[in-house]
Each structure stands twice: as structure tokens, then as C-alpha cells.
Design a protein around this ligand. Structure first.
Ligand SMILES: NC(=O)c1ccc[n+]([C@@H]2O[C@H](COP(=O)([O-])OP(=O)(O)OC[C@H]3O[C@@H](n4cnc5c(N)ncnc54)[C@H](OP(=O)(O)O)[C@@H]3O)[C@@H](O)[C@H]2O)c1
Ligand SMILES: *[C@@H]1O[C@H](CO)[C@@H](O)[C@H](O)[C@H]1NC(C)=O
Ligand SMILES: *[C@@H]1O[C@H](CO)[C@@H](O)[C@H](O)[C@H]1NC(C)=O
Length: 324
């Protein structure tokens, strides 16, 4: 039985990678790519890849110095003299600022073809330990910031009948996890937003890709690490730490091909397949694979969940002993 399950999973991975991804890959040559959170981590890695594809790149983030530093780094990765790499200091949680700044930059560089939403951050901790200020900021940046940026470009995408929207969710946008409460809620919300937009935008030739990065070695992750409860750290250990370049590379490929989910690694494959839900079907083969894999993967998922529960119980009793 176990053997059959393993075989199915192996076949799944091989098939999945080799056949589904043969969809037509669009080009970024001479196109305008706007990236919120493009001055650091996954967003910056994505910006570098876009520059290598011949795109004009606009970085949107708050800190001016980090923007300038990132812009210089991205400039070194351009492939032609004509590529324009620009920076826009803006807080994505302010809708007017996002809209006006994007308008302005479109006048000089041309219409945005691809919008990549990478601005975001995590604060961990048990729900009662989060400050009201942190809770509000998490929702304002991760969820509202993404909505505002998309709204600023959407009518133009629809008018031109082309465009690519990328949103950055997370593995905890598919499953809840100890210590992520509000962050997880925001990332779950992005999935609902993405699924709805896929339906709204399909007739307009605009695609939507939802990134589900695993733990990725970025300044943001280092910061998140500071607020992470012991339980969360123990649970994350099984997943490993990925490089932002690897996550961004996969994201670029998926976005250019119009794939809905973008993920890297076996664990994310398992999670994404388990949580496929009511997303639209890419191909008959993919559908067949999901039909075969969903049952067995529920079993594997149960193994993970049981382990997580054990971690929570262990930490709980340790804390209890300390309290006594
Ligand atoms: N790293 C991971 O393990 C991981 C895993 C899953 C999902 N993600 C998601 O991936 C995305 C990128 O994460 P990362 O790890 O690359 O983070 P990062 O290194 O901290 O980069 C975050 C970027 O977003 C910008 N930003 C933050 N708040 C902003 C605001 N209010 N307005 C405009 N820009 C803002 C930052 O610049 P300023 O601070 O200067 O504004 C920076 O450029 C986030 O949405 C994160 O939730 C990350
Ligand atoms: C859809 O958009 C792509 C570019 O993203 C373009 O090459 C293609 O011609 C468009 N198709 C239609 C039917 O407008
Ligand atoms: C996160 O913090 C732990 C200590 O709690 C440390 O061992 C680990 O190296 C840190 N990881 C990162 C990526 O900063």
C-alpha cells in the first residue's frame, strides 16, 4: 500500500513538472514590470530576473536608501542600454499614493504589463500577544496593500486585453499554523482574492499567479524569526530554508506561463495539491493527477499535523512545568 502511494507521488512530481509547465511562456522583453517590495528579498530577486529578461523595472517600497541600493544592483543586471530601472518611494497601504505614483511612472515608462505584489511582512506570536498596531499593519500591508496596487492597474489591463498579476501569499496561506494567526488570515484572504480575479479577468486575457513561498532566506524572514514562538520554529524546521533566487525564478516561470499556483519543493507540492480546492483546471492530466493523489496526500498531511500537535503538546507541558 505504502509502495503504491510512494509510486503515485513520484509519478505525480515527475509528470507535474514535465508536462504542465509546457504552457506557452510570454516574454518580458521591453515590457514594464512594477514590483511592490522590490527593494528586498523575493521582490528584489524577481526584479533582477525581470531585468535579465529585458524588462523595464519599477521598484515600489518605503525606504529610499534601500530602494536606491536595489536599483543599482538591478541596473547591473540589465541586458540592453534602453532598459529603464526606476524607484518609487511609496507605502502600499495608502491607496491614493499607490495610484498616483503608478500613474506618474506609466506616463514616463509606458503601461505596466506585469504587477508583482511582494510588499509584505510577518509578525509572529500568539494572538493575544500581538499588539493592535501590529495587527492593523499586517492587514493594511499584506492584504489591503495588494488590493490597492491591483486596483490601480486593473482597468488598464482590462482595456489593453493583456497583463499579468502576481500576488505573494505563503504556505500559511493554505494552512494555519501556530503563531501565524493574523498573518495567515491575510495570506488566506489573498487566495480568495486571486481565485475571484482569475474568474473576473479570464475574458480579458489577464492572468493571475499566487506565490506560495516556503521559508525563504530574506531580511524579512530574519526579522520574522525574532518574534517566532518556539513551537513555530520547531514546526518550520521540517521545511528547510530556500534561497530567494530559487523562489523568484519559479515565480517568474509560473507567472509568464499563467499558472495559478507557484511553489517550490516537495512539501509545498503536497500542500498545494491537498489544497487545490475549487481552483480552475489547467489540464486534464493535472486533474487526473489530483484525483489520484488527493486521498494518499491526506494521509501524509495527517502525519504532519499529528507531529505539529505533538510539538504543541510538548511545549505546553514544558511551559506548565516551568510555571509550577
Ligand atoms: N521570506 C519568507 O520566508 C516568506 C515566506 C512566505 C511568504 N513571504 C512573503 O513574500 C513577500 C516578500 O517577503 P520577503 O521575505 O522578501 O520580505 P523582505 O525581505 O522584508 O522584503 C519586503 C519588501 O516589502 C517592502 N515593504 C514592506 N512594507 C511595505 C509597505 N507598507 N509599503 C511598501 N513596501 C513595503 C519592503 O521595503 P520597505 O520596508 O522599505 O517598505 C521590502 O522591499 C512578503 O509578502 C512575505 O509575506 C515570505
Ligand atoms: C493576450 O496577451 C498576450 C500578452 O500577454 C498577447 O501576446 C496575446 O496576443 C493576447 N491575446 C489576446 C487574444 O488578446
Ligand atoms: C532564527 O533564530 C534562531 C534562534 O532562535 C537561529 O538559530 C536561526 O539561525 C535564526 N534563523 C535566521 C534565518 O535568522
Amino acid at each position: 500500500m505504502i509502495y503504491i502511494i510512494l509510486c503515485l507521488i513520484l509519478c505525480g512530481v515527475v509528470f507535474y513538472k514535465s508536462t504542465i509547465y509546457k504552457r506557452h511562456r510570454r516574454s518580458l522583453w521591453n515590457k514594464h514590470v512594477a514590483i511592490t517590495g522590490g527593494s528586498s528579498g523575493i521582490g528584489k530577486a524577481f526584479a533582477i530576473l525581470a531585468a535579465k529578461e529585458g524588462a523595464h523595472v519599477t521598484l515600489l517600497a518605503r525606504n529610499v536608501d534601500r530602494l536606491e541600493e536595489a536599483r543599482n544592483e538591478i541596473k547591473q543586471n540589465t541586458v540592453t542600454q534602453d532598459q529603464i530601472i526606476s524607484k518609487v518611494p511609496v507605502d502600499v497601504s495608502c491607496p491614493e499614493a499607490v495610484e498616483n505614483n503608478l500613474l506618474e511612472i506609466e506616463e514616463t515608462i509606458g503601461p505596466v504589463y506585469m504587477l508583482v505584489n511582494c510588499a509584505g511582512f510577518a509578525v509572529c506570536g500568539k494572538l493575544e500577544d500581538l499588539s493592535e498596531r501590529d495587527i492593523k499593519a499586517l492587514v493594511d500591508v499584506n492584504l489591503m496593500g495588494t488590493i490597492y496596487a491591483i486596483r490601480a492597474v486593473l482597468p488598464k489591463f482590462k482595456k489593453r486585453r493583456e497583463g499579468i498579476i502576481v500576488m505573494t501569499s505563503s504556505a500559511v496561506g493554505l494552512m494555519g499554523m501556530f503563531g501565524y494567526s493574523v498573518y495567515s488570515a491575510c495570506k488566506f484572504a489573498l487566495r480568495g482574492l486571486a481565485e475571484s480575479l482569475v474568474m473576473e479577468l479570464k475574458p480579458y486575457n489577464v492572468t493571475v499567479t499566487l506565490a506560495l513561498p516556503p521559508d525563504t532566506d530574506t531580511p524579512g524572514f530574519e526579522n520574522e524569526n525574532k518574534s517566532k514562538p518556539k513551537e513555530t520554529k520547531l514546526m518550520s524546521e521540517s521545511g528547510g530554508l530556500y534561497k530567494p533566487e530559487v523562489v523568484a525564478k519559479q515565480l517568474l516561470e509560473d507567472a509568464l506561463k499563467g499558472n495559478f499556483f507557484s511553489y517550490v519543493g516537495l512539501e509545498s507540492f503536497i500542500l498545494t495539491t491537498l489544497c487545490v480546492g475549487m481552483t480552475s483546471v489547467n489540464s486534464v492530466l493535472e486533474l487526473l493527477l489530483q484525483i489520484c493523489l488527493l486521498g494518499p496526500l491526506r494521509l501524509i498531511g495527517t502525519y504532519y499535523i499529528k507531529n505539529f500537535e505533538k510539538i504543541v503538546a510538548k511545549c505546553f507541558s514544558e511551559n506548565h512545568v516551568q510555571e509550577k
